[in-house]
Every structure is written in C-alpha cells, then in structure tokens.
Design a binder for this molecule. Structure first.
Ligand code: SF4
Length: 397
C-alpha cells in the first residue's frame, strides 16, 4: 500500500449525510437480480426503485467533470469529504449491519483512478480480514482501473461494477468529457474475464458484475438502449443493467458549448426499460420485438409486452389448451408462473375460464387474448385495437 495522505475535513455524521446526497447519482445498489423489474405471477412489472443497500463513498470530489454528477470537479460550492480505507471500512460495516443485507462501496475519483481503486481495494480487504464482515459487498471499479487493482478489489467483493452511462460512445463528449469507450469498456471486459478465470481456478473473486445506463442524455431512442443492453449482457456476462434517468438541472462548467438543455427524463421511461430488460432476459423477446424500427420508443401508457401484443393481434386469441409455453408467455397477463400452472393443469384436464379463476389466474388482461376450449369471452374487442389499448392502459398489472 502506498503512503496515503487523507485530508480530514468533515466529521462522520456530516460525511454520512453527504454520502446520502451523492448516492442519488447511482442506482447500482442491488442485492440480486430480481429487484428492479418485479415478476408477478401474472406478468412483469417494472419498478425504478431497487431495494436499497447503503452506498458508502470513499471520496466526494472527483477529478472528472461529468455534467450530471454532484461530485464533479467543477462543482466548487460544496464541502468535500475523504475517508481513509480504515474509516470507510468501519463506516461500511456499521451501515451494512444496520441495513442487514449488504453494502455498496464506491467513490468519486480521488487523485487518479488507480490511486482510488487501491484505496477501495484496501477498504474491502479491511472489511473482510480485519473486521470479519462476511456478507454482501458490491465494490465500484474506477474508469480505466488497472487489472491488478481490479483483481485485488474483486478478491474481497461479491459484485463489481463500472458504469457505462451513455448509450453511444459519442455521448461521453457530450456529458462526461473525461470518460471514453476505452476507460469504461476495458475494465468491464477485465472483470468479465477475471470472473470466468477465477471460477475456473476456484479462487476468490466477485461472481458478478453490473452496470448503469442512463436514458435521455443524448436524445437516444429506446431501441438504441435495448440493442446495447442485449449486446452488453451477452458480451460481458452482466448480472444486471440499471437504468437511470438523465437529469440535468443545473448548468455545469465546461459544458457551455454542448447545448445541453435542462432535462428531466420522465420516470415512466425507466419503468418501461426495466420491463423491456426483463422481457429480453427471461421471456426471450428480442430488441426488434420490443422496439422495431417502426416503433423505436417504448410507450408511456402500456407495458412493452402489451404493446407487442397490440402490434401482433393476428396471433390472438391463443387457445390455452394447445399453446406452447413460449406462446403463452406472449399473452398479456400471463407470466412465467401462470404459464407453467396452465401447462401443468392441462396434463390432467381441459382448462376452462372457471378453472383459470380457480387456479387464481386473473383474467382481467388475458381474457381478451385467449380462448379456453374454443370459448372466447373477451367481448370481441380484439378486433378494436384502440379499445383494447384503452383497457390495457387502464388496467395495468
Ligand atoms: S467519474 Fe463518477 S464520480 Fe466522477 S464526476 Fe463522473 S460520475 Fe461523478
């Protein structure tokens, strides 16, 4: 460990209050995959708020100047804090014990990326070896961090993350001038590689990585985001992508020429992105299914699965006694659990509307899209796309 000089400027209570503020710029604080798009038995629901675990910051003032971030170096008006690895380790263990689930250890870039990463690696080492903390640690990897330091950090963490933020590399110049494709994708690639190697060599290393993707920063459409998400999951074995809304509400020095209008990306867009993400991951939808070139944006009033159904009305109604599992999953209101329940039931009997009710499968959405033993009870509104859209919008899952 290099000799570290840490300025002491604030007491712990002030630091914790500021950490709470800084945590707003990052949503990557998961425990596990099933948190931001909740799967109900009947279908998929997106939520933009994952369950919280505390986010603990090593340092609050960054050498980078990302336009959207409260830690950016050009934001001179606020006081700053910096913890030593030992202090942060103790604060993190205390916070994790209070929370009961785990902790996310992160930082603004202090001095330079490798220096900060070394401090974070030392912090998680102290948490494990000196303080005996055994539960979940999610640790941040700095843009451009050295692979050796990623290895050191990952040795003690359960999960690592680097935030990609923009949907296209040209977006870095627009909102995060010191970031670039290389200093983000290289560590992401290193982590993916080290996860595989560590598993093969049976050595301690984080078992997953996540990232955060910002919507609305470069007027990109949802199709761009969803195509990128699909590629990232495949290439980097990501456990999860977190979607966050780009907010630009105060002018940031250094961005005067970027023509950044003050932006508040609507929250519903995150809900739809989380739903689309889960449909990609678990329902085998493709980016073209969710956002074809003719419809590059997800829709505010209906979820992406219902939107797909409305674009493919010719495939409905589906006979629940005959449809295969994948076809049942394309019925709005029928999710994985209900599709399995239907397939199991029909091994023993003919599935009727009454039986669906007895099986506690709500008919409010799926009734328009199914027949049971040849009987259709959907009030014939399948032939009226606007009316069906109204009903689906008024009666979300
Ligand atoms: S690198 Fe991270 S902490 Fe630093 S300004 Fe950018 S978003 Fe904020």
């Amino acid at each position: 460990m290099t000799n570290i000089h840490i300025p002491q400027e604030l007491n712990n209570i002030d630091k914790l209050l500021m950490m709470e503020e800084d945590a707003k710029y990052e949503v990557t604080n998961d425990l596990d995959a099933e948190c931001t798009a909740v799967f109900c038995a009947n279908d998929i629901k997106g939520q933009h708020q994952p369950p919280k675990i505390p986010k603990m910051f090593l340092a609050s003032k960054c050498i980078f100047n990302c336009a959207y971030c409260g830690c950016r170096c050009s934001r001179e008006e606020r006081p700053n804090y910096c913890n030593s690895p030992k202090e942060l380790a103790q604060l993190s263990v205390n916070a994790a014990k209070n929370n009961g689930h785990g902790v996310f250890v992160t930082s603004a870039i202090y001095k330079n990326a490798d220096y900060t990463q070394e401090l974070l690696a030392e912090c998680v080492r102290i948490m494990r070896e000196d303080l005996g903390y055994k539960d979940f640690i999610h640790a941040k990897i700095m843009p451009g961090a050295d692979p050796m330091l990623i290895a050191k950090t990952g040795q003690y963490a359960n999960r690592l993350s680097v935030n990609i933020e923009v949907a296209h590399s040209s977006g870095y110049q627009r909102i995060a001038k010191q970031k670039n494709k290389s200093n983000i994708m290289t560590p992401m690639s290193d982590i993916a590689q080290q996860i595989i190697e560590a598993k093969y060599e049976k050595r301690d290393f984080a078992t997953s990585q996540t990232t955060q993707l910002m919507a609305g920063s470069m007027n990109e459409d949802d199709r761009t985001i969803i195509i990128l998400s699909k590629a990232l999951y495949k290439k980097y074995h990501l456990k999860r992508i977190y979607y966050t809304a780009f907010h630009y509400t105060h002018p940031a020095k250094g961005y005067e020429n970027e023509n950044l209008s003050f932006t508040e990306t609507p929250r519903w867009r995150m809900t739809r992105l989380y739903q689309a993400d889960r449909l990609l991951q678990l329902y085998h939808f493709t980016p073209d299914d969710l956002t074809p070139e003719s419809h590059p944006f997800l829709e505010p009033d209906i979820d992406p699965k219902a939107a797909w159904a409305l674009r493919h009305l010719q495939m409905y109604p589906v006979e629940v006694n005959k449809a295969d599992f994948e076809t049942l999953l394309r019925v709005p209101g029928i999710g994985i659990t209900y599709a399995k329940r239907i397939i199991e039931a029909r091994r023993h009997c003919i599935v009727t509307h009454d039986l669906l009710r007895k099986m506690r499968i709500p008919l409010k959405r799926c009734i328009y899209f199914i027949t049971c033993n040849g009987r259709y009870k959907g009030e014939n509104i399948l032939s009226s796309s606007p009316e069906l859209r109204n009903r689906l919008a008024q009666d979300p899952d």
